[in-house]
Design a protein around this ligand. Sequence first.
Ligand code: ASP
Ligand code: MG
Length: 437
Amino acid sequence: MIVMKFGGSSVKDAQKFLEVAEIVKSRLDKKPIVVLSAVKGVTDNLIKALSESIHGKFDSYKEIEAKHKEILKGLELDQSTVDDELKELKEALDVNSKLKEDNHKILDYISFFGERMSSKILSALLVKQGIASNYHISGDIGLQTDSNFGDATFLESSYEVMHKNLAGADYVPVITGFGGKDENGEFTTFNRGGSDYVASLVGAGVRSEEIQIWTDVNGVMTTDPRIVPEARTIPELSFAEAAELAFFGAKVLHPKTIKPAMDKNIPVKVLNTYEPENPGTTIVPASNVQSGVMKAIASKKNVTILNLCSARMLNAYGYLAKVFEVFNKNKKSVDMITTSEVNLSITVDSEDKLDKIAAELEKYGNVKIDTNKALVCVVGEGMKQTPGILGELFSILGKDNINIDMISQGASEINVSFIVNNIDADKVVKVLHKAFF
Ligand code: ASP
Ligand code: MG
């Protein structure tokens, strides 16, 4: 079996639905399981529809309805194909115009309608074209999560249930991406872009031979082509390299996607529905990867540094545990950490909850917050075997007068991350790409 995940831009209109159906049909011998995102723009529309409902407005709902009807028309499918979903959505919004709820639970329920409709439509299209297919809500075929709405955690026990429900399928299952359900049967999501992660979880559950992420670019690029037009596709990446890149800002994959595939040793391919013949990027275990010093540069703007300065760190144990407990309690994840005996620097990717955290940290030292920073991350397994590579990298930046605030390289030596000013970030990426690629 293989899992094929298609993103929103791959089903943005009737024509793209037809192209996706062709791609699926070209792989029928591999027994595909399809995981689908919402039609492009629909998740945003749904989020808007929820906030509009609070003010008794339904403009976004109408747009969503019109968009799906137009796609059904273009595909010559029954106009009532997603009427049940539209009706349920409209009723939920009507109820909400009175209750005026605006929390993650209702948001997950509402925003999930996009995947429910797109998947139902694709499955109906395959059936119309003579292919046996069924549409499934991910949570109904066993994808269970905890109840942390908006950013749910997958429950490992789901693997066996998904395996039982899907492994023997003699039809093409089309499954909603984005999230699953909790133990009460409520819709949960893995946050924006979560469909990649669903694909990887389904693939790991059925132990598929491959997980394909179909998107609108030719795989993972050496860097963001909007910053460096010469950026190229990276033919092969190791799981570890891909995980670092997804985490540090390469937008192609949801950061959690790599882990399930890596645990079960399933190759992940990133492919392009706009250029189906392009080989894209294959992500495999490290041992199979050809060497190459640096593979990619990713950058993430608008990160914030929190600096904690205190002599209490000197020779004390338990200090870091106390500091990170504050982050833990506030459910705030941190990206990069550097420490000396008297100073601890931590980066976070938004200012959300930061004032509260800073106030709580005051009891452990002097807190200083630096905003408008960017994280740049250079990834490549080959860096380990290349002495002097860091010297070269930083002397290039030095020549360009780039000020560096923090540097971090883990013992695994497959990535070097550093913090620069936001305004320098694009320049850093350009200069390094030119020097090393
Ligand atoms: N439709 C959801 C989003 O836009 C999930 C996804 O596309 O992966 O975030
Ligand atoms: Mg995506």
